[in-house]
Design a protein around this ligand. Structure first.
Ligand SMILES: [Zn+2]
Length: 115
């Protein structure tokens, strides 16, 4: 996730630099008013800072959500990599740092639903 965050923020920074550069160049070439160019640069900078700030907040929240691992309330299987596996299989694969939460695995759902 950190790598994804870095890619997103890098893309945003490059985009804002391009937008600011084109905007300032356009202002200097057309109106030749430095104050207008500085104003546009300041606006682009403010938007960039706010956007990057919220990108960091959102990716922090996503990291928090991703850290939850569903555990079946009936049989204690763990949902990981889009499938329900037993705790022993998970232990063999290695433990990542995770926060447990509860759900119902597909097998137990079918068993409980058609009791
Ligand atoms: Zn289950």
């Amino acid at each position: 996730m950190i790598s994804l965050r870095r890619k997103i923020i890098t893309g945003q920074v490059v985009g804002f630099i391009l937008i600011a550069g084109v905007s300032v160049a356009n202002e200097l070439l057309t109106s030749k008013e430095i104050s207008h160019a500085v104003t546009e640069l300041a606006i682009a900078l403010i938007v960039a800072v706010v956007t990057i700030y919220y990108t960091i907040k959102i990716t922090n929240y996503l990291n928090y959500i991703i850290s939850f691992v569903r555990i079946c309330s009936y049989c204690n299987k763990i949902f990981t990599d889009n499938k329900w596996i037993t705790v022993s299989v998970k232990l063999r694969k290695g433990l990542d740092q995770f926060t447990p939460t509860h759900g119902i695995c597909t097998d137990c759902y079918i068993k409980e639903r058609f009791k």
